[in-house]
Design a protein around this ligand. Structure first.
Ligand SMILES: [Ca+2]
Ligand SMILES: [Ca+2]
Length: 301
């Protein structure tokens, strides 16, 4: 069973992100960046190096507690870049909408192109949408309808330039796609959809991998993923959220990734619960529960 792994932490950027390397499934050893070494057994002990100001605020005192059975207040999922994903069953509410916001907090460790969230079909391009970053970490968002692909991104303006936790959002307001990194508009363009809505895709949704091509595995950390059927953000700049999202009338799905153990990533709306990896079994495709900075502590700057 995946367990929470306490990470050695090291300050990155302005000190509100932390580096991470290593990982693997529960029971393996994760090596923190320059901050120290964390080990985790199956429900066993956990140790932490002196990472300085830690994920949960000054002092980093919470590092090293979770593996011994304690529950850290803020958790997320680590994806290994080669196998891992969270899978959510298809549901009529996950596409077909005429407006959409997909957003998450991410920490990109790998350089290869990878999907943050995918619920789409390539090729015939009948339906769905995919939120990815390219090899240069440029964000892209594509929607599919009527056999066509509609997308924005890929320019250097969209680049995620620092390896820190960052809020990323793709917004479709019915006539325009906007891409935001850290609350700043990085790219936008008119993209009217035929028929006014995103086409239906009958397959599952995956977080951390491209479901259409079964590749582009995300290498890094993901937390607080939300899909909304409204354009949450407008204009050139907004302040990234400073706390966990709450479910409202426009929330299609919201995964806090706060479970810290087990095979289920619950949807706060109660409908679109995800499974770690391909099944409820412990397997290679399971991402790993980890302690992460709490929302608000992640916000760079
Ligand atoms: Ca979380
Ligand atoms: Ca599994």
């Amino acid at each position: 069973m995946p367990v929470v792994v306490a990470l050695g932490v090291a300050i990155a950027g302005c000190g509100k992100g932390f580096e991470f390397s290593g990982g693997g499934q529960g029971g393996e050893t994760a090596t923190g960046g320059s901050g120290g070494t964390s080990t985790s057994g199956s429900g066993g002990t956990s140790t932490s190096g002196t990472g300085g100001a830690g994920a949960q605020g000054a002092g980093g005192s919470t590092s090293g507690t979770a593996g011994a059975g304690g529950i850290a207040p803020c958790r997320g999922l680590s994806f290994d870049g080669s196998h891992d994903f969270v899978q959510v069953p298809d549901h009529g509410a996950l596409d077909g909408m005429g407006q959409l916001t997909v957003e998450a907090w991410i920490f990109v460790s790998g350089t290869a192109a990878a999907a943050i969230l995918s619920h789409h079909q390539e090729g015939q391009a009948l339906g769905g949408y995919v939120f990815e970053h390219k090899n240069n970490k440029a964000l892209t968002f594509r929607m599919f309808a009527g056999g066509q692909s509609y997308g924005e991104g890929g320019s250097v303006l969209s680049q995620i330039t620092e390896e820190i936790w960052v809020h990323v959002a793709s917004v479709f307001d019915g006539s325009e796609i906007r891409l935001y990194v850290g609350g700043e508009l990085k790219d936008s363009g008119p993209q009217p959809l035929p028929g006014g809505g995103i086409g239906d895709y009958a397959g599952p949704l995956r977080i951390g991998a491209n479901v259409a091509t079964d590749d582009r595995y995300f290498d890094g950390l993901i937390d607080e993923v939300r899909i909304s059927d409204v354009p949450r953000y407008t204009g050139a700049q907004f302040n990234p959220p400073t706390g966990p999202f709450l479910v409202d009338g426009s929330t299609v799905a919201l995964w806090h990734f706060d479970e810290g153990e087990g095979q289920t990533a619950a949807d706060a709306t109660g409908t679109h619960h995800g499974t770690l990896g391909a099944s409820q079994a412990t397997e290679l495709s399971d991402p790993m529960w980890i302690e992460v900075p709490c929302i608000g502590e992640m916000n760079p700057g």
